[in-house]
Design a binder for this molecule. Structure first.
Ligand SMILES: [Zn+2]
Length: 517
């Protein structure tokens, strides 16, 4: 059936057919860099990183652009409060954002343009809009005239006539219509400014995304993403500016992710009653994590407690269009699920002598062609793989896909158990080869989600030295057992257990692991 995507513009799922295949352009609105990233800032980048990975796996050639807004009201205010130069604050916060993306393995972004580096392109776009009669000057400001764009409201499905009542519209006596929005703002004292045909000033927020997306992806491109809270006015305004300027459709598919909010806030209003229902924007907006509500969880703080991979896995465990219920407990619960994968990778290495991370996954989607005599097991693997791909084809349903990864993990463990692959079965080459083929599928599918790209880094408390000390005690215990000193062997096991280290005696020797929290 091919890939289907839910398009906010048409409010339905549509077959994904790029404008200019095999090329695909994706633009996702990035952060205004005025405060360290909170968890909500990571949702869009993780999702669009996976969408890019999946589309490339499906043989498209994808360009992903995420912008950085480094001139905006909130940033100017924050810099004034901190008595810090705007540029310095923007750079510091942008570096924090990039660092967090690296930790979450968001590494497929091709361009991260900044507004202040695209002022010329922004000015040209505004000049074009004025000369075509879609924008007007007023006291050094420039406004877009919404009455000249009859389709205004088509993305958010709002009636332009009703927009006057819109609470999120900035009032200004200079506007001809209350829904008109600023393309250029005249300089105020102490604000950053650039020369323009309308005097010194700075761009409005909306116009920068039109200028930067068209610069990298052309006048019509495939996917525009962002949080659900950006549909109106930000994305509505991007469409108006861009289409009024080019006379062409701006974006084919609009994909909006649900907002992240604190789980207990949800419980308070009883919205958990129907978790399957897609909630409307207003409710998500009321609950979302934001600085103004004082309910933010800073990513760099959270990453002291959990790894970037755990946070990535957590974000992908909800389908992208749904709101994500955040709590530290839920993140840790997801982290415990990940431990099951890490434990299997160790088991796989014990059986095959090969690291899971050395398996070379196919880069492109193709048929799974199992070989050997273990057809029943490999058919099970094949059907799980089909289900995974079907879930991803269905509007990138990573939540369902992750569920299927757990099913595949269980199938691999069952197969290893049933055939005693850590004991006598290990010499059965046909069975070990089948396990290897099944595990390669796990590697392939996890790769599409950007998971298990490299071995997890132990946190400081479980540094390399700790691991070597634990191994030393495990070796001493083995010696004690061989000398029939069971009292000492038991004491070592018990006291390691108190420290959260679990020993498992296996046919090939004792292995240890950290207990689940
Ligand atoms: Zn934007």
């Amino acid at each position: 059936m091919g890939i289907q995507v839910y398009n906010t513009l048409t409010r339905r799922k549509e077959p994904f057919e790029p404008v200019n295949p095999p090329k695909v352009g994706i633009y996702c609105c990035g952060p205004t860099v005025y405060m360290p990233s909170h968890v909500g800032h990571m949702v869009g980048p993780v999702i669009f990183d996976v969408i890019k990975r999946y589309l490339e796996y499906t043989c498209y050639d994808v360009t992903l652009v995420i912008n950085i807004t480094d001139v905006e009201d909130k940033l100017i205010r924050a810099a004034q409060e901190k008595a810090m130069p705007i540029k310095e604050l923007a750079e510091t916060v942008a570096e924090d954002y990039l660092q967090n993306l690296r930790q979450l393995h968001v590494d497929t972004i091709d361009f991260m343009p900044r507004a202040t580096e695209n002022i010329d392109a922004i000015i040209r776009l505004i000049q074009g809009l004025i000369s075509k009669g879609h924008a007007y000057q007023a006291d050094g400001d420039v406004y877009f005239d919404v009455t000249t764009f009859p389709e205004y409201g088509k993305l958010s499905h709002r009636d332009p006539a009703a927009l006057e009542a819109g609470a999120r519209i900035e009032p200004s006596p200079l506007k001809r219509h209350p829904a008109d929005f600023a393309l250029w703002k005249a300089a105020k004292p102490g604000e950053p400014s650039w020369n323009s045909p309308w005097g010194k000033g700075r761009p409005g927020w909306h116009i920068e995304c039109s200028a930067m997306s068209m610069r990298y992806l052309g006048e019509t491109f495939d996917i525009h993403g962002g949080g659900l809270d950006l549909v109106f006015p930000h994305h509505e305004n991007e469409i108006a500016q861009s289409e009024a300027f080019t006379g062409k459709p701006f974006v084919k598919y609009w994909l909006h992710n649900g907002l992240l909010r604190l789980a207990q806030a949800t419980r308070k209003v009883g919205a958990l009653a129907d978790r399957d229902a897609l909630e409307g924007l207003d409710e998500q907006q009321a609950l979302k994590m934001s600085k103004s509500k004082g309910n933010v969880v800073i990513v760099s703080e959270l990453l002291k407690e959990v790894s970037g991979e755990v946070l990535r896995f957590f974000i992908l465990s909800t389908h992208y269009r749904r709101p994500i219920e955040y709590s530290l407990e839920r993140v840790k619960q997801v982290g415990r699920g990940l431990q099951n994968f890490y434990r299997y990778f160790e088991r796989y290495q014990r059986i095959t002598g090969q690291s899971f991370y050395d398996l070379e996954p196919p880069k492109k989607r193709g048929p799974f062609e199992p070989s050997g005599t273990e057809t029943q097991f490999l058919n099970e693997v094949a059907s799980l793989r089909e289900r995974f791909l079907a879930a991803m084809d269905d509007d990138f349903n990573t939540a369902a896909a992750i569920g299927i990864l757990f099913d595949l993990l269980a199938a691999l463990n069952r197969y290893a158990d049933r055939n005693n692959l850590e004991g006598d079965g290990r010499t059965d080459e046909a069975k070990v080869a089948a396990l290897r083929q099944g595990t390669l599928v796990l590697r392939e599918l996890a790769h599409v989600l950007g998971l298990f790209l490299e071995p997890p880094r132990r946190e400081t408390a479980t540094s390399e030295l700790s691991e070597r000390l634990i191994q030393l005690l495990v070796d001493i215990r083995a010696r004690a057992r061989s000398e029939k000193n069971y009292a000492l062997a038991d004491e070592i096991r018990r006291r390691l257990g108190e420290l959260g280290v679990v020993l498992e005696d296996r046919p090939g020797g004792t292995v240890w692991r950290f207990a689940e929290e």
